[in-house]
Design a protein around this ligand. Structure first.
Ligand code: NDP
Length: 280
């Protein structure tokens, strides 16, 4: 039977610390500011953006919302980013993905000043992470690392298996674990014998996007399981990428879905914004 790693509680603790940091910054005349740019009407993106705005308000961060029409051109968006880059009230810029198809996402992410790239997606910040000198670290993987630290997990020499190789979760979390001296294996859709590879892991990090595809019986007794996946099944139910009930019986610690990694992502966005304000 596993210990449940309570992402909500860890996130609440960090948000409390951030609220105190923001108050201290305000005494010095600095209000951390996060610009959130949403292009179009994607329903999931709208929900994420409103959650981010509320989270900013809760800790005292100024949130500067830019809701643009789905027809916005790439040039218009780049123009807005240039203004935000130059605006001293803004310490972080977040462009909600996905963007409409007339806009080149890469070009937009590269236009954000690396000094305000609180999502950690700019190639400069990706490169810094790769060479082991991270600046802004992407929020979801960063949240995963904080959760493992919170439970006192020392990754030195551990076999970490990351399932998923996306630029926003799989690859960066693998890099971060490597930095913490783990032996890291990255799996993906072409990996052979996934069950066997997962079965050798001391720590499994799942970021696949397929409901419960990692079976509980694959998990080594006593392994730590971090489930990044958020999959909607049916009308209202959310499940992770790991078969939770069965994995719970074998793991020593496991993150639930919801209430695990999810609350950490926005928290680390707030954290990066406050850090950015401290630097300026
Ligand atoms: P992507 O779709 O970008 O990447 C999924 C990865 O999983 C790919 O590398 C893919 O391999 C791999 N994969 C797909 N099918 C299999 C399979 N059968 N066996 C092994 N590997 C497979 O997803 P993201 O990284 O963006 O997100 C992953 C999950 O995490 C999603 O559920 C998403 O909703 C969730 N998420 C949650 C966040 C949070 O805040 N909690 C934040 C971000 C994501 P290949 O590269 O070969 O195609």
């Amino acid at each position: 039977m596993a210990t449940v790693i309570d992402g909500k509680a860890i996130a609440a603790k960090i948000r409390g610390e951030l609220t105190a940091s923001v108050s201290e910054l305000k005494i010095k005349g600095i209000t951390p500011g996060l610009a959130v740019v949403l292009v179009g009407e994607d329903p999931a993106s709208k929900v994420y953006v409103s959650m981010k705005e509320k989270a900013c308000a809760d800790v005292g961060i100024f949130s500067d919302e830019h809701k643009l029409s789905v027809e916005t051109s790439e040039a218009e968006l780049l123009d807005l980013i240039a203004k935000l880059n130059a605006d001293p009230k803004i310490h972080g810029i977040l462009v909600q993905l996905p963007l409409p198809k007339q806009i080149n996402t890469e070009k937009v992410l590269e236009a954000i000043s690396p000094n305000k790239d609180v999502d950690g997606f700019h190639p400069y910040n990706v490169g810094r992470l790769m060479v082991g000198k991270p600046t802004f670290q992407p929020c979801t993987p960063y949240g995963v690392m904080i959760m493992m630290k919170e439970i006192g997990l020392d990754l030195t020499g551990k076999n970490v298996v990351v399932v998923g190789r996306s630029n926003i979760v799989g690859k960066p979390v693998a890099m971060m674990c490597l930095q913490q001296h783990a032996t890291v294996t990255i799996c993906h859709s072409r990996t052979k014998n996934l069950a066997e590879v997962v079965g050798a892991a001391d720590v499994v990090i799942a970021a696949v996007g397929v409901p419960e595809m990692i079976k509980g019986e694959w998990i080594k007794e006593g392994a730590v399981v971090i489930d990044v996946g958020v999959n909607r099944v049916g009308e209202k139910k959310l499940v992770g990428d790991v078969e939770y009930a069965a994995a719970f019986e074998r793991a020593s610690a496991i993150t639930p879905v919801p209430g695990g990694v999810g609350p950490m992502t926005i928290t680390m966005l707030l954290y990066n914004t406050v850090e950015s304000a401290k630097k300026q």
